[in-house]
Design a protein around this ligand. Structure first.
Ligand SMILES: *Cc1c(COP(=O)(O)O)cnc(C)c1O
Length: 545
């Protein structure tokens, strides 16, 4: 049944749909968009991840504070139960793994299976039942053993036997190399080269917290029933002092890549002894385009859903049609925001609207617009803002930044409309990236590996207003509209003297030209179809039939 599958795509989170709560942010969404594009392009791949029954968390804002609740979802109705298929011994106990199958269907009807691993079984000890409840729980080693080792074993028992490449999407799945090493060792001979040839690795963040490091004593304790999996030279592969999952993945893969050109430079400085290439991220456009733009593209750019390069022809669509579609998306967005907003402000349909939605974490610099509150107040009638985003439950600084943003918004509500929409997820993102006029992206440079929300905005003709980091550098080089924010420039002055005048002009042609650049030069390139073709050529080295 699965004999054609030649690539196994491993990711600790996969975000395919807002009903499937197994993602926390950009990494998971990228994994989901990748699998959807592979289904469109008929790539013989399967996905492997964990089934988190309580998701990441559901965010409520009470009195400016983030409240985190379990985000339960109905996996039974979305997936089929393939039964208990394998075991991994963790901390000396055999842990049974059940597998659920979900199918991603591409534009041509091609289907890709995604296998979700589940340890919430009566026969498992309580601590092990907990491993597939929440994303990134306290026992990361055990979660990652289930994903990497359990994943390879589950595939073997499903009869997926012709895999040519194992793709580690981030280091969380790097234990899969140890299972392959043992397998190749017993059947072909102990040889790093065989494992390397079978693996490719993508790194997704330069932030240290994104690179798991485990003490060797913890590793030995967890692997005490799987001792055969620890090769004699583990420390030379994964690090002398601690086991670094990124280093393990780099050492045992034949191709490694970062996710933008800038990120390749940053990653190469972090890991100078490895040759790291880059494949710039993309988005699955059909999943992020609002219904109004979809209708427009269907009318003027027939066949675009299987050939995203057709978006280059957006310049032939009349300006008035493009702007009309955007205004419809803006109206949809505003009614959602005004219903869910927690700051007391209200958005208006005729005012320039700036969107900022992403994880609240220090480097994203969400407070930049509040550096000069008097200036901000003076712009108050000409511009309005909408914020959204979660902060990791253990990121105290991120939570504090979110609280200050909401507090500012409440305090300024008489002068400037600033909204905050709780529980940022795929559905909220779809509304925001298509309905605002400008997408604001202010990472402190060298920290943003890529950033994909700006690509979603570009596909919808929303202008990016961005510091130069991650994908935005390449975006501006490709002349995809919008406005770069240089280090020495003041954000509010650029708003006042550049964006507000262009937006307020009676003649919308300059603005719509920028929108068309975003779609025609930006989205036609920053999409997962282009990205997947690069993975096929450089990483998997397979040709499509
Ligand atoms: C696209 C997306 C992200 C990632 O956005 P960045 O620009 O990388 O911050 C995070 N969360 C959700 C829900 C998204 O849709």
């Amino acid at each position: 049944m699965y004999e054609n599958i030649s690539v196994a795509y491993f990711s600790a989170e996969i975000g395919l749909d807002s009903k499937i709560k197994t993602y926390s942010g950009g990494l998971g969404i990228l994994a989901g968009d990748t699998l959807k594009a592979m289904a469109d392009l008929e790539v013989p791949v399967c996905g492997i991840t964990l089934l988190y029954k309580k998701g990441f968390f559901k965010q409520e804002i009470i009195d400016t504070y983030q409240i985190e609740e379990a985000d339960l979802w109905d996996f039974q109705s979305l997936m089929s139960d393939l039964g208990v298929l394998c075991k991994v011994n963790i901390l000396g106990e055999d842990i049974a793994i059940k597998v659920w199958r979900y199918e991603v269907k591409g534009e041509t009807g091609f289907r890709i299976p995604v296998f979700f691993l589940d340890t919430d079984l009566k026969e498992n000890p309580l601590w092990a039942q907990d491993l597939t409840q929440r994303l990134y729980n306290d026992n990361r080693i055990a979660q990652e053993m289930i994903l990497g080792i359990g994943g390879v074993r589950a595939l073997a028992s499903l009869g997926v036997t012709k895999i040519r490449k194992y793709h580690m999407n981030e280091g969380h799945s790097a234990f899969l190399t140890l299972e392959l090493y043992k397998h190749f060792g017993e059947t072909i001979g102990w040889d790093d080269g065989l494992v390397k040839e079978a693996c490719i690795f993508t790194t997704h963040t330069p932030i240290p917290a994104g690179h798991d490091k485990f003490s060797y004593s913890d590793i030995e304790e967890h692997f005490k029933g799987e001792k055969k999996l620890l090769p004699w030279h583990l420390k030379s592969l994964a690090g002398q002092d601690k086991l670094n999952m990124t280093r393990l993945a780099l050492s045992l893969s034949s191709y490694h890549n970062a996710v933008s050109r800038k990120h390749k430079e940053v990653s190469s400085t972090m890991f100078p002894d490895f040759d790291i290439d880059y494949i710039t991220n993309g988005i699955h456009i059909a999943s992020w385009l609002c219904p109004h733009m979809t209708e427009l593209f269907d009318r003027y750019l027939k066949g675009w859903k299987t050939k995203y390069s057709l978006l280059e022809e957006v310049f032939k669509i009349p300006n008035s049609d493009v702007y009309k579609a955007h205004l419809a998306a803006k109206a949809d967005m505003i009614s959602m925001v005004n219903e869910r907003n927690v700051t007391g402000a209200k958005l208006r349909n005729d005012v320039l609207t700036i969107g900022f939605a992403r994880r609240f974490i220090a480097y994203k610099d969400a407070e930049l617009i509040f550096r000069n509150v008097e200036h901000l107040k003076s712009l108050g009638k000409k511009v309005q803002f909408v914020f959204a985003g979660k902060s990791h439950m253990r990121d105290g600084i991120g939570k504090e930044i979110m609280r200050r943003v909401i507090t500012h918004a409440v305090e300024l509500s008489k002068d400037v409309s600033i909204c905050f929409v709780p529980d940022y997820d795929i559905e909220v993102a779809q509304k925001l990236v298509s309905g605002v006029d400008v997408w604001l992206n202010t990472p402190i440079p060298n920290n943003e590996a890529s950033g994909t929300s700006g690509m979603k905005a570009a596909a919808n003709g929303v202008l990016h207003f961005s510091r130069l980091d991650g994908w935005a550098i390449e975006g501006f080089e490709r002349n995809s509209g919008g406005l770069p924010l240089m280090e020495y420039q003041d954000l509010l002055s650029l708003l006042e003297y550049k964006l507000i005048p262009m937006f307020s002009s009676k003649n919308k042609s300059a603005w719509v030209e920028e929108m068309k650049l975003a779609i025609g030069n930006g989205a036609s390139y920053f999409n997962t179809h282009r990205m997947v073709r690069e993975y096929l050529e450089k990483g998997y080295k397979i040709n499509l039939p």
